[in-house]
Design a protein around this ligand. Structure first.
Ligand code: 6CS
Length: 339
């Protein structure tokens, strides 16, 4: 073998060894979310992966699991609490039986209509990161971040402009108990289901309506099986990212600092990303189904739904107890709303 060939062979063996060595020694973090590839939670997880791997020079490798790969929304929360998964999205809409206090984010009309206000509160509120985070810790979870994914839009088979229009409408909600009460107060017949069952439920009329941000209405194709998109200004879809508490507590200060930097960078990233995703999805839905009717309830119509659901916050406080009242009152103040 010539010297040149010998050098090349030695170098490629060294390169192979280096790659194998990195892979063998890289720490593996699993990140599970509740949506499909390309959806808002996936955009967040992909950017989280990129930043963590870059900031740790590849010492940490993040593997992302999308909806269904490790189970439904509730399954991935349990896997995170058990330590089988290090990070996951756990949205208040599905977290109510696990961390009941988080259902304050299901109180209708609690969030501001101004997303800059929502951004500030969700990314840095002491009510969330010092108060609510204790409720997560008691369940083995560390609350890492919260962000909105866009306005919740009702998609229905018949137009709805007032509570009486919901009479007899089987309305799919996420699995947190407060949502049943909310949609009953709006006049509908709520049915709690994981989202994997929603398309077929609408197709077979097991349910007649559902609510989700518009990017999700497009990606899960709910617009194909409903005819009206109704903006009632009721709520932003919010999600939390949690990690296993023991895993987080065991991290070095350096790693915790790195995660705080990643969170701060992603706070800006995700606001832009979700807005773009929602704007583009609405345009694509209108193109794919020009006959779909977009209804934007006016202030007067919204105030009727708001009034009808006025008692939801108080009954949540009564049912959950603990620090729920304090949390709800502080959030009302921070969001500048009276719900
Ligand atoms: O409707 C649901 O259940 C799902 N919606 C969104 C926007 N994300 C995941 C969640 O499980």
């Amino acid at each position: 073998m010539s010297l040149n060939k010998l050098l090349k062979a030695t170098l490629s063996a060294a390169a192979l060894f280096a790659v194998a060595g990195t892979a063998a020694h890289a720490e593996e973090w699993k990140f599970a979310h509740e949506e499909s590839p390309g959806d808002v939670q996936d955009l967040y997880a992909q950017e989280f992966k990129r930043l963590v791997e870059e900031k740790t020079d590849g010492d940490v490798n993040v593997t992302i699991y999308t909806y269904g790969q490790l189970g439904t929304e509730n399954d991935i929360t349990e896997l995170t609490a058990a330590g089988a998964v290090q990070f996951s999205n756990a949205s208040p809409g599905h977290l109510g039986t696990f961390v009941p206090e988080i259902q304050v984010f299901g109180v209708p009309y609690l969030l501001s209509q101004d997303n800059e206000v929502n951004k500030k509160v969700l990314s840095s509120s002491p009510t969330i990161y010092e108060g609510l985070s204790k409720d997560f810790e008691s369940k083995g979870l560390k609350l890492y971040t919260m962000y909105p994914e866009g306005e919740m839009v009702w998609t229905t088979k018949k137009p709805v402009e007032k509570p009486a229009d919901f009479d007899g409408v089987k309305f799919r909600v996420m699995t947190s108990p407060i949502l049943i009460e909310t949609y009953e107060s709006f006049g509908a017949d709520p049915v709690a289901l994981p989202w994997g069952e929603v398309y077929s439920g609408l197709q077979t009329s097991v349910i007649d309506a559902q609510v989700n941000p518009i990017f999700f209405v497009e990606s899960a194709k709910f617009y194909e099986v409903t005819d009206h998109l109704i903006y009632a200004g009721q709520q932003q879809y919010t999600t939390t990212v949690v990690s296993n508490a023991a895993f987080y507590d065991g991290l070095s200060d350096e790693r915790k600092e790195m995660l705080a930097e990643v969170k701060a960078e992603l706070d800006d990233f995700i606001y832009e990303a979700q807005k773009k995703a929602n704007d583009e999805a609405l345009a694509r839905i209108k193109e794919a189904k020009p006959e779909i009717e977009v209804i934007r309830l006016n202030d007067e119509q919204r105030s009727v739904f708001k009034e009808a659901s006025k008692g939801v916050g108080a009954s949540l406080v009564e049912e959950v107890g603990g620090d729920t009242e304090e949390v709800l009152n502080s959030l009302r103040e921070e969001f500048g709303t009276d719900m």
